[in-house]
Design a protein around this ligand. Structure first.
Ligand SMILES: Cc1ncc(COP(=O)(O)O)c(C=O)c1O
Length: 486
C-alpha cells in the first residue's frame, strides 16, 4: 500500500479548502461560537479541525472511505489483517476485544490478574467470568510481571472451556511476556489470545524493541497511541489477525461502546503518526533507544538510585524489556517514590510516568532529546540532595504474594451490582468486595468486585494511602471504609 498517504489528514485539508459548513454539530461552528477567553488559551485550530466525522468530513454514507482507508493503511503498516481506530482509549478497545471473544455465556475468559482496571471494568459490564492467570511475582521488589507461558498453560489446564486468554504486555513498567509462546499455548487449544499492548504502540517499528504482538501471533492486540506514540490522548487502535476472532463481531462489539461523535482530530493524528512511523519510525526509535541508554547511565550515577534493567529480565522476571521505560528503585534513599514525584513536580515542574512506595518511572518518547533527558538528570540530581532532608515516609504494610491473591467468590458484575454497604476496614475482613480498588498508577486493581477481602490487602491499602498512594475508584478513597456486598 502507498504508506505516504494519510487519507484522514487529506480529507481535513479538503474540508477547509472546499469551505464546507455544517448546519449540524459541533455547535461551536469551527470556533466561531467559542468564547474569546477559551480561544486565547486553546487557539482557534482545535475548533477549526473539530468537524463531524460522518456528514461532515465524509459524506452521510462515508463514500470517501477516509476512516476505512486510514485503518487499512494502519493494518498494513503493523502487519495485522485489520485495524480499528478508537477515540476512547485502550479502555474501550480492550472491552470490545473481551466482548468479542467471551461475551455471552462462553465459559469465561482467562485473564492475567495483573490486568489494568479497564479490563476489570470490562468484566463488570459484560458479566464475563474471570479465570485468573497468576502473574510472575517479584517478592523481593514487590511487583508483578506478565505471566509466563507455563502459567498460562496451567490456567488452560484448569479451565479448558474458557473462550480465550487475555494478558497485558508490556506491563506499565515495560516488562514483557513471551507472547509467541503464550499464543502457541492458546492456539494448541484453538483459542484466541488478546494482548493488552496499551504500552506498546511503538513496538512494530523497531527490531530492538520487544516483540510486537501481531508478529508474535496474538489474535487481537490493543494499543494506546497516545502513550508511546504521537496520538492525542484517547487515540487507540485495536488490531486483529487470523480466523479465531470474527472481525464483524469485534467491530459490532466496539460499536456498542463507541461514541457516535468521534473526534476527527484523534483519528487524523493516528493516521499521521502511522505515516510518520513507517517513513521515519526506525530512525526516530533508534535515537530514542540510544537516548534512553544515555539517560539510564546518567541516572545510575546517583547515589542509592537503582536503574532497573537486568533485574527485570530472566526466569523469574519478564521475557523482555522496553528500555525506553526507565524504572528506578529508590528505596535505598529511605524515601518514597510518592515523595520524589511530588518534589519533582513542585520544584522542577517535571511529572513522572509512575511512582509508588519505592519506585519512579520516566517514560521516554521519540520526541525527547538530549535537552529533555538532561533536564530530568538535573532535576533528579537536585532531588537526591533535597531527599536527604525528607521525613521518612510512613511504611507500607506489604502483603505477601499469597495474601494478594484474593479468592474470587462471586462474578465481578454480580458483586458490583449487588445490594452493598460501606463498612469500617476492621469489619471488611472476610466480606465480598462490591467495588474495585486500584492503586493508580499503575492501575492494577488490588481488589476486584467479587473477591473476598483479607486483612493483608486491607492493611496494604490503608497504610498505602497514609504513605501517599492514590485510590481513584473506591467509595472511600482513604481506605477507612470498604464497599462490600450486603
Ligand atoms: C495496561 C493498560 N491497559 C489499558 C489502559 C487504558 O488505556 P487508555 O488510557 O488508552 O484508555 C492502560 C492505561 O494506563 C494500561 O496501563
Amino acid at each position: 500500500m502507498d504508506q505516504s498517504q494519510a487519507p484522514l489528514l487529506d480529507a481535513l485539508l479538503d474540508y477547509h479548502r472546499n469551505n464546507r459548513y455544517g448546519f449540524s454539530p459541533p455547535g461551536h461552528r469551527q470556533g466561531a461560537g467559542a468564547d474569546d477567553r477559551v480561544l486565547a488559551i486553546l487557539g482557534k485550530d482545535p475548533f477549526r479541525n473539530d468537524v463531524l466525522a460522518t456528514g461532515g468530513l465524509d459524506d452521510r454514507l462515508s463514500r470517501g472511505r477516509y476512516l476505512a482507508r486510514a485503518e487499512e493503511l494502519m493494518a498494513d503498516a503493523v502487519r495485522a489483517d485489520t485495524a480499528f481506530f478508537s477515540t476512547c482509549g485502550s479502555s474501550l478497545s480492550v472491552k470490545a476485544a473481551m466482548l468479542a471473544v467471551a461475551g455471552g455465556d462462553r465459559g469465561g475468559l482467562l485473564v492475567a490478574r495483573d490486568s489494568h482496571k479497564s479490563i476489570v471494568a470490562g468484566l463488570i459490564f459484560s458479566g464475563v467470568l474471570p479465570l485468573w492467570i497468576t502473574p510472575r511475582w517479584d517478592s523481593q521488589r514487590h511487583f508483578s510481571h506478565p505471566p509466563s507461558p507455563e502459567q498460562v498453560r496451567a490456567a488452560w489446564d484448569q479451565h479448558p472451556d474458557a473462550a480465550g486468554a487475555l494478558i497485558v504486555s508490556p506491563s506499565p513498567y515495560g516488562t514483557c511476556a513471551d507472547i509467541a509462546a503464550i499464543a502457541d499455548v492458546c492456539h494448541k487449544r484453538n483459542k484466541p489470545l488478546i494482548v493488552d499492548e496499551a504500552w506498546g504502540a511503538h513496538l512494530p517499528f523497531h527490531e530492538d524493541l520487544p516483540t510486537w504482538a501481531m508478529d508474535a501471533g496474538a489474535d487481537v492486540c490493543v494499543v494506546s497511541v497516545h502513550k508511546m506514540g504521537a496520538g492525542f490522548e484517547q487515540g487507540s487502535v485495536f488490531h486483529l489477525q487470523g480466523n479465531l476472532v470474527d472481525p464483524m463481531r469485534l467491530s459490532s462489539c466496539a460499536d456498542l461502546l463507541m461514541t457516535t461523535s468521534p473526534n476527527v482530530m484523534v483519528y487524523a493524528a493516528l493516521d499521521g503518526w502511522r505515516r510518520q512511523m513507517v517513513e521515519q519510525g526506525h530512525d526516530l526509535l533508534t535515537a530514542e533507544l540510544e537516548l534512553a541508554g544515555y539517560l539510564r547511565s546518567c541516572l545510575a550515577e546517583l547515589a542509592d538510585v537503582m536503574v532497573l534493567e537486568e533485574e527485570l529480565l530472566g526466569k523469574e522476571a519478564s521475557c523482555d524489556l522496553d528500555t525506553t521505560q526507565v524504572l528506578m528503585d529508590i528505596s535505598a534513599t529511605g524515601t518514597s517514590g510518592y515523595q520524589a514525584a511530588d518534589w519533582l513536580r513542585e520544584n522542577c515542574q517535571i511529572d513522572l510516568g509512575l511512582s509508588d512506595h519505592r519506585r519512579i518511572l520516566a517514560t521516554m518518547s521519540f520526541a525527547d532529546d538530549k535537552r529533555t533527558a538532561d533536564r530530568l538528570v538535573d532535576a533528579m540530581t537536585r532531588w537526591r540532595v533535597a531527599a536527604r532532608e525528607f521525613e521518612r515516609p510512613p511504611s507500607i504494610q506489604l502483603p505477601s504474594p499469597a495474601q494478594l491473591q484474593l479468592e474470587t467468590v462471586q462474578l465481578p458484575r454480580d458483586a458490583f451490582f449487588a445490594p452493598s454497604e460501606l463498612v469500617p476496614a476492621a469489619d471488611a475482613v472476610g466480606r465480598i468486595a462490591a467495588e474495585q480498588i486500584t492503586p493508580y498508577p499503575p492501575g492494577i486493581p488490588a481488589v476486584v468486585p467479587g473477591e473476598r477481602l483479607n486483612d493483608g490487602v486491607i492493611d496494604y491499602l490503608r497504610s498505602g494511602v497514609e504513605a501517599g498512594m492514590t485510590l481513584p475508584d473506591p467509595a472511600d478513597p482513604t481506605a477507612q471504609q470498604f464497599r462490600v456486598v450486603a
